[in-house]
Design a protein around this ligand. Sequence first.
Ligand SMILES: *[C@@H]1O[C@H](CO)[C@@H](O)[C@H](O)[C@H]1NC(C)=O
Ligand SMILES: *[C@@H]1O[C@H](CO)[C@@H](O)[C@H](O)[C@H]1NC(C)=O
Ligand SMILES: *[C@@H]1O[C@H](CO)[C@@H](O)[C@H](O)[C@H]1NC(C)=O
Ligand SMILES: *[C@@H]1O[C@H](CO)[C@@H](O)[C@H](O)[C@H]1NC(C)=O
Ligand SMILES: *[C@@H]1O[C@H](CO)[C@@H](O)[C@H](O)[C@H]1NC(C)=O
Ligand SMILES: *[C@@H]1O[C@H](CO)[C@@H](O)[C@H](O)[C@H]1NC(C)=O
Ligand SMILES: *[C@@H]1O[C@H](CO)[C@@H](O)[C@H](O)[C@H]1NC(C)=O
Ligand SMILES: *[C@@H]1O[C@H](CO)[C@@H](O)[C@H](O)[C@H]1NC(C)=O
Ligand SMILES: *[C@@H]1O[C@H](CO)[C@@H](O)[C@H](O)[C@H]1NC(C)=O
Ligand SMILES: *[C@@H]1O[C@H](CO)[C@@H](O)[C@H](O)[C@H]1NC(C)=O
Length: 505
Amino acid sequence: MFVLIWVTLLCSVTGSSADTDAGMTGPICLYRFCISLRRGKIKAEAGLCTVIPCSFTTAFSPITGAAWYKCDESKRSCDYSDIIFHSWNQSQIQPGFRGRISMLEPNLSQGNCSIVINDLDQSDSGSYQFKVTGWLNNMHNEFLFLPSTSVSVKALTQKPTVKVPALTEGQQTTLTCTAPSLCSGSDPNITWTWRRSAEDDSYITGNITTTHGHNSSLTFTPSAKHHSTEVTCKVNFRGNKSTQETVTLNVAYMKEPVITGDRRVKRGDALNLTCSFDSFPPSVIIWAKLGPSGTKTNLQIDTGSATLVIHDMTADDSGQYVCTRQYQGKTSTAYVNVTVFLLPEILKSSGCVSWSEVLTCVCVSEGLPLPTITWPLLDKHTEYSGTYTVSKYTINRTITVKVKELSSTDVQCVSTNEYGEAVENLIIRTSEKSFAQENGGFSAILLTVTVVSLIVNILLIVCLIFLWNSRKKLKQNQEDQTYLTLSKRDISPDVVAQQVSASVD
Ligand SMILES: *[C@@H]1O[C@H](CO)[C@@H](O)[C@H](O)[C@H]1NC(C)=O
Ligand SMILES: *[C@@H]1O[C@H](CO)[C@@H](O)[C@H](O)[C@H]1NC(C)=O
Ligand SMILES: *[C@@H]1O[C@H](CO)[C@@H](O)[C@H](O)[C@H]1NC(C)=O
Ligand SMILES: *[C@@H]1O[C@H](CO)[C@@H](O)[C@H](O)[C@H]1NC(C)=O
Ligand SMILES: *[C@@H]1O[C@H](CO)[C@@H](O)[C@H](O)[C@H]1NC(C)=O
Ligand SMILES: *[C@@H]1O[C@H](CO)[C@@H](O)[C@H](O)[C@H]1NC(C)=O
Ligand SMILES: *[C@@H]1O[C@H](CO)[C@@H](O)[C@H](O)[C@H]1NC(C)=O
Ligand SMILES: *[C@@H]1O[C@H](CO)[C@@H](O)[C@H](O)[C@H]1NC(C)=O
Ligand SMILES: *[C@@H]1O[C@H](CO)[C@@H](O)[C@H](O)[C@H]1NC(C)=O
Ligand SMILES: *[C@@H]1O[C@H](CO)[C@@H](O)[C@H](O)[C@H]1NC(C)=O
């Protein structure tokens, strides 16, 4: 056959050419049949596509068709069974290549024999050869170029490119995923999945995914829950080949502050408050106290959350505490009211004294807020008077009741504030002396009266003794004027005592 002659002749000429382009061999010619191919092996990946660049010139006029062959690299030349592309007879093409190969320039007269192979498979590796048909000297001939291009197809390793803009909570955004490809092969299917820290694996509950060729975009409105989720773009190529890329979303968000810990602290205990401003990026948090005296600042600085610990709280530490957050140049605050409390306690100095039929009881109690004191068992005794004095956390309550039968009276003092109650049965002492000691005011007057009358009596007795002695002397020296004066006024110790008593009554 005519073709074989050309092929045989070509063999002897291969390599007799000059290189012109760095990536391409120079034209390799046999008479007026020349071809330029890519120098070296073309490397490609399964699922993707590749281009075999090729240009040629022929002696044919006109050119009627072209074909590409692919065969094992060990073969010197491909044969008819290896046709992978045919410009006009599809039935001659190997089934596995049908529809996968096209010429970049359909007009063969342009001398451009470049082809693109889509949906590559590793079995596509091999030597590729070009054949051209046409008229020469009124005969229809074909010419198979012996120089071949070697293609190596490896497993898919390229990953899609996922572009994530800066994400802010509440602001709609679009992620894009571009499938890897060096040429415009057939469009892959692109899917988006998201995974929240490996526990659940679900499709993004969101929104629009649109695919244009090798690009897919996912539009959604991020929220705090999307922070640190993993979004995967999976690209599925024909022939069960896929590749994927995973990105972790960083959503700028800011949650409401949360202050945890007991706001009501027993005096002497520690205050332990934690202020959390959940946000991304983390906030800088400062604890401070807003007191009447001003601002105590910089008690605690931290990121994300800050714990404030104050040991041995005093009543003065009650007040408003403020937790300040600095987030992206903005400042926001959260307030908490801290109350220091003291459970009611009845102090040892409490007690009762009975005198005659009068019962006086004092109940001294501490507490914060200041407790109220009640006497539940003395309620039935209506005739009473009471006073109370108050210092910072102490209340002294005094009650005076007229009681007939003292022995049976149990006096109970009950001290109550919103945090608790203290109950104490008070001891009743009956001695007058102790009453006088216990109760200053009223008993002091009685004591003074007693002492004054005693002194007056003593003075009178001394006076009388003196006068008696004088009178003895006067009897010897006739009557004395002084004695007569005293006798006239009729002064006696009893009368003086009665007068003093009356002034007391
Ligand atoms: C196409 O090729 C097949 C197989 O080689 C052949 O039978 C058929 O006649 C060809 N068709 C044309 C139109 O040349
Ligand atoms: C062949 O045609 C394609 C598409 O027009 C072009 O990109 C390529 O550069 C051409 N190759 C040559 C060798 O002219
Ligand atoms: C093909 O290319 C040749 C050479 O440039 C040109 O003369 C011819 O018109 C083209 N054919 C078509 C169908 O475009
Ligand atoms: C998707 O977003 C559009 C606006 O961006 C909204 O109208 C639509 O309701 C959203 N769909 C879903 C399922 O969230
Ligand atoms: C796909 O994305 C790339 C880069 O992101 C862009 O250059 C190209 O124009 C996009 N193509 C389409 C069809 O949207
Ligand atoms: C993409 O998906 C559609 C329908 O799910 C399917 O018909 C098509 O063959 C798929 N294409 C690829 C490249 O997997
Ligand atoms: C695709 O590949 C997976 C594993 O690689 C296999 O389990 C599955 O059966 C394949 N599907 C097809 C349609 O070849
Ligand atoms: C403060 O409270 C937290 C949580 O209740 C606890 O882990 C921490 O030990 C406490 N700190 C102090 C100093 O008591
Ligand atoms: C804290 O106390 C102030 C007054 O002392 C009051 O105005 C404010 O409402 C209180 N805040 C809270 C959260 O109870
Ligand atoms: C209450 O009484 C006790 C004992 O009687 C005394 O020591 C204390 O100073 C008094 N306190 C007040 C606030 O009156």
